[in-house]
Ligand binder design. Structure first.
Ligand code: ZN
Length: 271
């Protein structure tokens, strides 16, 4: 009896060691710890989804002035170099704050910082967009993504990849206006926007001038998405390198007090 008692103790101790010793030796690292620590080594990919700002980007039709920069000090004259600049809030790669369209309320500086970090959901509609410049991604396109990758997580940022960035250098092709001046490029449908709002995403974005399709007259997606307190990213740079799932986004807009939106720097990271 005594021997089997000792044996029992030994077995229990051995099992406990097996359970806990490996954890002490190899503390579990979360996926995101690995993602961040992999940046310096290059194991984590970093993609900048932002166009550099200058006076030659594609403005919204009708905008008369969009960007001006002037040199205020030069090294030769002053010993240092500075400039000042003026630009539209909605120019180049930019963020639309909820207050941009009613009934949205928050200005760009009031958006909670935690909404600027989230998993990237990439909806690729480049094939559909190439065939039909008035394509509006339906809710079923979102459901298709979910069937493949799982339900969209709360706090995700959903990007529509239309392939329109390949036209960015040619304003005429990018805006794609007809004889009446109406633009033609793909966008989200109102039904897709409603579904994404119900998934509690933080924001949506696109590689075109607007998250609404170009020919939209009522800007239904703007009203819905901004009205629900989400933000929008427009004129994102080339999204072709992004995986449909897996990437994580860092969205860093200018903290402009009272702003309806403004220039934004957007990074994607993934392994
Ligand atoms: Zn905008």
């Amino acid at each position: 009896m005594r021997v089997s008692g000792w044996l029992g103790c030994f077995v229990v101790a051995a099992v406990m060691l097996m359970m806990f010793f490996p954890m002490a030796l190899f503390p579990q690292k979360s996926d995101h710890d690995t993602l961040l620590s992999g940046i310096a080594s290059g194991k984590t990919r970093v993609l900048d989804l932002t166009y550099a700002i200058n006076d030659k980007l594609v403005p919204w039709p009708g905008d008369k002035r969009w960007f001006e920069a002037q040199v205020n000090a030069t090294v030769k004259k002053n010993g240092y170099f500075t400039r000042s600049f003026w630009m539209l809030e909605h120019y180049g790669t930019h963020l639309d704050a909820p207050i941009h369209f009613p009934p949205g309320k928050a200005t760009v500086d009031q958006i909670p910082a935690k909404q600027f970090f989230g998993p990237a959901v990439v909806l690729d509609v480049s094939e559909e967009g190439a065939k039909d410049a008035d394509y509006q991604a339906p809710a079923s396109r979102v459901e298709q993504w979910e069937r493949k990758n799982g339900r969209i997580l709360e706090g995700s940022i959903v990007l529509l990849r239309t392939g329109w960035s390949s036209r960015w250098r040619d304003a005429q092709k990018y805006r794609n206006q007809d004889a009446q001046g109406k633009m033609h490029f793909p966008g989200f449908s109102a039904e897709a926007a409603k579904l994404l709002i119900s998934r509690k995403v933080s924001g949506i974005g696109c590689d075109t001038l607007s998250v609404d399709y170009g020919a939209s007259q009522d800007f239904a997606v703007h009203h819905l998405v901004l009205g629900a307190g989400l933000y929008q990213l427009e004129n994102l740079a080339d999204l072709s390198g992004l995986p449909e799932a897996r990437a994580f986004l860092v969205v860093a807009p200018i903290k402009l007090e009272g702003g309806s939106g403004g220039a934004v720097r957007v990074f994607a990271i993934w392994q």
